[in-house]
Write a protein that binds this ligand. Structure first.
Ligand code: UFG
Length: 325
């Protein structure tokens, strides 16, 4: 059986995909530098410890394993940092993806599922964002993802690289068995930070901006459970294996929740008080990012199982209590 290579498979979303694929009986090889990934998330498949910056290492991985397709998660993800240090994002995300593509082409591997982001849309011009919404990245991070999408299109044209770009909205929640979950260093994401406050590991949660043109003045986001994201990767692989054409799919639930609503859900789920402070807007934040994921449902047959934001926060709460104990 050919194996699936998962770059960044020791990270938050990549590890959930490694679990989902392994549970379906697929052979998985996780490639991770462990710069941001976690050794204790390596529970499924074989492991190759190395960096996409190293072409010789990549060549050795493709020679050693019979790889049928690649799930490419490995990337830096902090929007704010990308503004301060763009070279890190264009280097680690764009240049290293080119290294991966070179190794894939040399080994004649022509199927790739790529972790893209709703951030490629920038400031939305419609209430609900479909895949044909104009792309207008606001940060080097988002540009790096946009550039890779273009590179993949050009590699398809030149070499027949069939690919799916999955544009995640706000990934959240954790594995139902509590084996893996969200752990970033430093943590910048809303739900983990709220739960850190619930656990008393920080004094409060700061709301960035209360004067947005939204119902309660705080930003709306479309939170999607990480297990549903993992399932979408399985479906995207099946789509490519069946000969599907290259394209992008949004992954979200299609519902916007405000920062205040998420804090209230976390209070309900955790039974903790969770003190709040209010602050000014965080640079680069869109007022609202809400998906239409109709294409993923219709074409991939993807059906998110955890559309209720309470389930998303509950699984995150279970994970953080255990992980931070
Ligand atoms: N927020 C706060 N306080 C905090 C942290 C976040 O109020 O302490 C707010 C943000 O301003 C935003 C919302 O909570 O309105 C969600 O913020 P996150 O940082 O959790 O997520 P983002 O929407 O900024 O970013 C996420 C991913 C990015 C990706 C983006 C769009 O982290 O990688 O979605 O897809 F680019």
């Amino acid at each position: 059986m050919q194996k699936t290579l998962i770059t960044g498979g020791a990270g938050y979303i990549g590890s959930h995909a490694a679990k989902a694929l392994s549970q379906l009986g697929r052979e998985v090889v996780v490639l991770d530098s462990l710069v941001a990934g976690h050794r204790d998330f390596l529970k499924w498949g074989e492991f190759e410890n190395g960096d996409l910056a190293d072409p010789a290492f990549l060549k050795s991985v493709f020679s050693k394993h019979d790889i049928g397709e690649v799930l490419h998660f490995a990337a830096f993800i902090a929007v704010g940092e990308s503004v301060e240090k763009p070279e890190l994002y264009y280097g680690n995300n764009v240049r290293n993806t080119l290294n991966l593509l070179d190794a894939m082409m040399a080994a004649d591997v022509k199927r790739l599922v790529f972790s893209s982001t709703a951030a490629v849309y920038g400031e939305p011009v419609t209430d609900v964002i479909a895949e044909d919404h104009p792309l207008s990245p606001l940060s080097p991070y988002a540009w790096s993802k946009r550039m890779i999408e273009q590179i993949l299109a050009d590699f398809d044209h030149a070499y027949g690289l069939k690919h799916v770009c999955l544009r995640y909205f706000n990934a959240a929640g954790a594995d139902l068995d509590g084996e893996i979950g969200e752990r970033h260093q430093p943590e910048t994401h809303l739900i983990p930070l709220i739960l850190h406050a619930a656990l008393g590991l920080r004094d409060n949660i700061t709301i960035f901006g209360t004067d947005y043109p939204t119902p309660d003045g705080t930003c709306l986001r479309d939170y999607i459970h990480v297990t549903d994201l993992a399932d979408a990767h399985v479906k995207a692989l099946e789509y490519l294996i069946k000969g599907g054409d290259s394209r992008a799919f949004n992954l979200g639930n299609g519902n916007g929740f405000s920062v205040r609503e998420i804090i209230d859900v976390a209070r309900e789920v955790s039974g903790r008080e969770i003190p709040v402070t209010e602050s000014t807007r965080r640079p680069g934040d869109s007022p609202a990012l809400v998906s239409s994921a109709a294409a993923a449902r219709d074409i991939l047959g993807w059906k998110p199982q955890f559309g209720d934001v309470r389930d998303i926060v509950r699984t995150a709460w279970n994970w953080h209590q255990k992980d931070l104990a």
